[in-house]
Design a protein around this ligand. Structure first.
Ligand code: ADP
Length: 481
């Protein structure tokens, strides 16, 4: 199949491809060219309610399938993804902008999550607890929570769904999914893949349209028992508040403000290589991208110089072009926001070492930018940049570095480079983050728990812990023995 075969311009509800009730559509654009590549349904409350009903109807039977049956279906889903990796990656690049190699990596990651959860499906174990009563036995079992509602962002439009529908299906849950409006096709493609894998109609339902109407129904409808969201902290807070009315189980993967500390004793070249990988992945548009670099005084100048040289060497352009490692930003708003961070920093004494603004290619292309002499009063000290800008702050002591790194309401991912073993333990324990990379800049894998503390979210995705978000524990006391 080619990428165009996966570009579905309809909702996937109860196994059927259908438009919005009103017939209204939303345009989808290629961020590299600004061209409209197609449309998707502009759905609202009624379509969402029907998708939830379809999911509930299928839940009645799907929740009673054996773990082995679900594991086999998930393995077929894995195969369907890998058989179409190139086509799915091209579709992703066309709607999202990231370089094809990154899209291939993301689709591979989606497949890896699905394979992981095909294995975990068979390991949803319970417990037998020693009973305090002679004539009774105490069992603990795990049961699927019910219908799951999932809302996903545009920066990883394929793999963020894998992390949610993978464990949902493994646990025996059915789901209703709303992909981001900017990148709906990689979300809708999961409908084609689920059909190919042989999942029953209604196991996964996907719809596009109004975020507030779809999100409103997902959170208000009592049939939905779990809401899982990846996106910004403000929207996550709204969804948590809305979900409170029907006391749904929630997991939230929200914003970050990742610090990246480089100590005097670090392997500087390794730190720069990791800094580039962490900062510029998806042109800086990931929630675990390094947002703030803190370099110790002894290596500050050397780090800035090496980082700037490596940043300047990154090839910017269309993600489909050979050798390009920096695609466009997602939309004009993102370009304006990135510019505003630079203007703010320059107004407060920051110094552009390389880059500094829009790229000569025009459109949404942006130059990889390094800003030296960054200070805590600059906006990017507090806010997520989500663009290819690397501010470098200076620090003197380990204690100061930890304090600055933790001075944020976020707590998703952080990184530091040191060759001192004692420091590696001390600092990793002192950092208030859900994920820590020590001498490593890219640490996401399906086998490890992804998630944050503080306002970066609740719950974990991937790993043996990820399945817990999709099951309820049931205590059964058997008496009269
Ligand atoms: P980003 O800044 O990455 O676009 P958002 O949190 O705005 O992050 O968007 C992430 C996802 O949440 C998208 O699918 C978007 O459509 C959806 N979304 C945005 N606002 C709401 C809302 N009020 N209710 C439900 N979903 C929303």
């Amino acid at each position: 199949m080619s990428w165009a075969d996966f570009k579905r311009e309809a909702n996937f509800i109860g196994g059927a491809w259908v438009g919005a009730d009103s017939g209204a559509t939303i345009d989808v654009t290629n961020p590299a060219t600004g061209e409209i590549i197609g449309t998707v349904p502009d759905s609202g409350t009624a379509e969402t309610a029907r998708a939830i009903a379809a999911a509930q109807a299928t839940f009645e039977t799907f929740s009673r399938t054996t773990a082995d049956e679900r594991a086999k279906l998930l393995r077929r889903l894995h195969a369907a993804i890998m058989d179409n990796q190139r086509a799915l990656a091209e579709l992703l690049t066309v709607e999202q902008g990231k370089p094809l190699a990154e899209s291939m990596g993301e689709v591979g990651m989606s497949a890896a999550y699905v394979l992981w959860f095909s294995e975990e499906a068979r390991r949803i174990y319970g417990d037998v607890i020693p009973s305090p009563w002679g004539g009774r036995r105490i069992l603990v079992t795990k049961q699927p929570v019910g219908v799951v509602a999932a809302i996903t962002p545009w920066n990883f439009p394929s793999s963020m769904l894998a992390r949610k529908i993978g464990p949902a299906l493994a646990a025996g849950c059915t789901s209703v999914v709303k992909p981001a409006t900017q990148t709906p096709y990689s979300g809708l493609a999961w409908g084609v893949l689920c059909e190919q894998a042989g999942f029953p109609a209604g196991a996964v339902n996907i719809l596009t349209g109004s975020a507030t109407k779809i999100g409103g129904e997902m959170t208000a409808n009592p049939t939905v028992r779990k809401i899982t969201f990846t996106g910004s902290t403000p929207v996550g807070k709204v969804l948590m508040r809305q979900a409170a009315d029907t006391v749904k189980k929630v997991s939230m993967e929200l914003g970050g403000n990742a610090p990246f500390l480089i100590f005097d004793d670090a392997d500087l070249d390794a730190a720069v290589e990791a800094a580039i990988a962490s900062k510029y992945r998806n042109s800086g548009q990931t929630c675990v991208c390094a947002n703030r670099f803190y370099a110790q005084a002894g290596i500050y100048d050397a780090f800035v110089e090496k980082l700037a040289a490596a940043s300047a060497a990154l090839k910017v352009g269309s993600g489909l072009e050979e050798g390009v490692v920096q695609g466009p930003l997602i939309d004009d708003k993102a370009v304006a926001k990135t510019e505003s961070f630079i203007a703010d920093a320059l107004g407060k004494g920051g110094r552009v070492v390389t880059g500094g603004g829009r790229h000569a290619l025009g459109g949404r292309f942006f130059q990889p930018t390094v800003i030296a002499d960054a200070t805590s009063d600059m906006a990017f000290a507090r806010e997520e940049i989500f663009g290819p800008v690397a501010p470098v702050f200076r620090f003197d002591t380990e204690e100061e570095a930890v304090r600055l790194a933790n001075a944020t309401e976020f707590g998703l991912a952080c990184y530091f480079f040191t060759r001192d073993l004692g420091r590696a333990f001390r600092v990793s324990e002192a950092l208030s983050y859900g994920q820590v990379g020590v001498n490593a800049g890219v640490i996401t894998t399906e086998v490890a728990p992804f998630g944050g503390v503080k306002e970066s979210g609740v719950g974990r995705e991937g790993s043996k812990y990820g399945i817990d978000e999709y099951v309820d524990m049931k205590y059964v006391c058997i008496g009269g023995l």
